[in-house]
Design a binder for this molecule. Structure first.
Ligand code: NDP
Length: 234
């Protein structure tokens, strides 16, 4: 059965892979994009998740196009890596505003329709570093850890309405976000991943597809690592 899906940050990287995966599964999939061009073949709305007005307007357009959103994937995210001693307050708060408060804005706007429909799926894209911590990424790791507590609280609040809320925690994925790292950094990180390689965005997307599907109906408040074993034990 085709559902109305919205993926934030769906114009590239992991978000685009998720959107394509769900579209291939037969869903009506909309994506948000912030800069650049909308991706080919998907309904796209411009939206900066740091703006409540943008988020509201994006949902309104998606609802008009494909009906109330039944599956939402809060994927949009940024990094501004640096050590705490030299991290500006803006570098901290702006990453929190995009990654964590952005997910809040998106989830909050989506639950209106889901509560009315008494069904829904909310999937948040966090990160292995939200659980393990990461030197030079205190802002990013804090935002990703915050998503876990946020999701688990929503899972408890919304379970009686048959809305599940889950977190996917990718490890090291081959996208623009990690392309900025040097070859030496890539080798060092791959060296500590038990499976010895980066993930392809499609490998994250397949887990999201599972969580969005009927087979995951009894899973809520879960944090699913897709990290080649990098975060084992966390
Ligand atoms: P990319 O940098 O390739 O893409 C980021 C996406 O987020 C883009 O679509 C971007 O839009 C969008 N975005 C960023 N800021 C905003 C904003 N304020 N409003 C709306 N959209 C925004 O990253 P990835 O695909 O690698 O990452 C996707 C998610 O996965 C992120 O949440 C990231 O933290 C997480 N993740 C990534 C990992 C990795 O190794 N790559 C590992 C673990 C988690 P635009 O194109 O307009 O900039």
């Amino acid at each position: 059965m085709s559902r109305s899906v919205l993926v934030t940050g769906g114009n590239r990287g992991i978000g685009l892979a998720i959107a394509r995966e769900l579209a291939a599964a037969g869903d009506a999939v909309a994506v948000t994009y912030r800069s650049g061009e909308p991706p080919a073949g998907l309904f796209a709305v411009k939206c900066d998740v740091t703006s409540t007005e943008d988020v509201d307007a994006a949902f309104a357009k998606v609802e008009a196009e494909q009906g109330p959103v039944q599956v939402v994937v809060a994927n949009a995210g940024v990094t501004k890596d640096t050590l705490l001693a030299i991290m500006s307050e803006d570098a901290f708060t702006s990453v929190l505003d995009t990654n964590l408060t952005g997910a809040f804005r998106v989830a909050k706007r989506s639950v209106k329709g889901m509560m009315r429909a008494r069904t829904g799926r909310i999937i948040l894209v966090s990160s292995v570093v939200g659980l393990s911590g990461s030197a030079g990424q205190a802002n990013y790791a804090a935002s990703k850890a915050g998503m876990v507590g946020f999701a688990r609280s929503l899972a408890r609040e919304l379970a009686s309405r048959n809305i599940t809320v889950n977190v996917v925690a990718p490890g090291f994925v081959d996208t623009d976000m990690t392309a900025v790292l040097s070859d030496d950094q890539h080798k060092a990180i791959e060296g500590v991943i038990p499976l010895g390689r980066k993930a392809r965005p499609e490998e994250i997307a397949k887990t999201v597809r599972f969580l969005a599907g009927d087979d995951a109906a009894y899973i809520t408040g879960a944090v699913i690592p897709v990290d080649g074993g990098l975060g084992m034990g966390h």
